[in-house]
Design a protein around this ligand. Structure first.
Ligand code: HEM
Length: 260
């Protein structure tokens, strides 16, 4: 009954407003922070291909439990991806609440943005658009990584980029992620007052500079990484499906031969 009254009036029987919107805002911030920091780690792991194929293979095998298990188990990666996917869905679902839901709302927002000419209001718009793009591309990437965790590696990933023609997909996803992530982390700092010094205007100006530096750094790293996968994929185009044999694979193959 009390739910019904609150549903009609927007207030509970004792005249209080629901705390749910504030709780949802908090969850959105927490999941956003997790995903933003996760992406920094992700970009460093994926970019190990710039060091060498063996370096990327070592990272892949590490996530497959090579430290504790005799043979790599990609299913561990599937579970990790499933966990990240759940956080991603929760974050996207909560983000949707803020989207304009009809043309009128969109018109009001656009006019507001033009009149204010305030960079943070414009940033929100960029975040909404990049978030919308990631809805589709991020979900497809995560589903692929979850169900095909055994197809991650120096050659498998490069074949996907070049021979499966996934590089345009990753290029768009990369642009969306890097803008969305750094704007998101900047907005979190402003919203919750992190790193706020005595002069909030000065802090905000500094944060904007750091935000741009982070975007430029990860975009440059991401584009170089993408180019490296494309180059390897191109050189490997006549051997699609063949896996890269690192020292670990080589030893497993030798062990099997000896056992046989
Ligand atoms: C645990 C979860 C994840 C895993 C295991 C993973 C794994 C990978 C791998 C192996 C690649 C190299 C390309 C390939 O093999 O297809 C890659 C690239 C990429 N991933 Fe993820 N990923 C995860 C989550 C995410 C999320 C949540 C996003 C953003 C929504 C994302 C965005 C990207 C982008 C933009 C690239 C291209 C990077 C570049 O070329 O510089 N990934 N990921």
């Amino acid at each position: 009954m009390s739910d019904l009254i609150e549903g009609f009036l927007g207030k509970s029987i004792d005249g209080k407003k629901s705390r749910l919107p504030a709780k949802l805002d908090y969850i959105q911030s927490a999941t956003g922070l997790f995903l933003g920091l996760f992406m920094w780690g992700h970009m460093f792991f994926v970019s190990t291909i710039l060091i060498s194929k063996d370096a990327m293979l070592a990272v892949t095998r590490f996530f497959e439990g090579s430290m504790f298990l005799k043979e790599p188990q990609p299913v561990i990666v599937s579970f990790v991806v499933a966990f990240v996917f759940i956080i991603f869905i929760v974050h996207a679902g909560l983000g949707m609440r803020k989207f304009p839901i009809n043309f009128r709302q969109f018109q009001v927002y656009k006019t507001h943005m033009k009149m204010m000419k305030h960079s943070d209001t414009t940033l929100w718009f960029v975040q909404a658009i990049t978030g919308f793009i990631m809805f589709f591309l991020g979900s497809a990437h995560l589903y692929m990584m979850m169900t095909k965790a055994s197809e991650i590696g120096p050659y498998a990933s490069s074949d996907r980029m070049w021979s499966d023609f996934m590089w345009p997909f990753y290029l768009i996803l990369l642009l969306a992620v890097e803008f969305h992530g750094s704007i998101g982390l900047y907005r979190l700092c402003v919203k919750w007052g992190w790193f706020e010094g005595k002069n909030s205007k000065e802090t905000r100006a500094k944060l904007v500079k750091v935000k741009w530096a982070i975007t430029a750094f990860f975009l440059a790293l991401g584009i170089l990484t993408l180019a490296a996968y494309m180059k390897i994929g191109y050189e490997h185009r006549n051997h699609v499906g063949e896996r890269y044999m690192g020292a670990i694979e080589y030893n497993i193959a030798i062990d099997r031969k000896v056992e046989a």
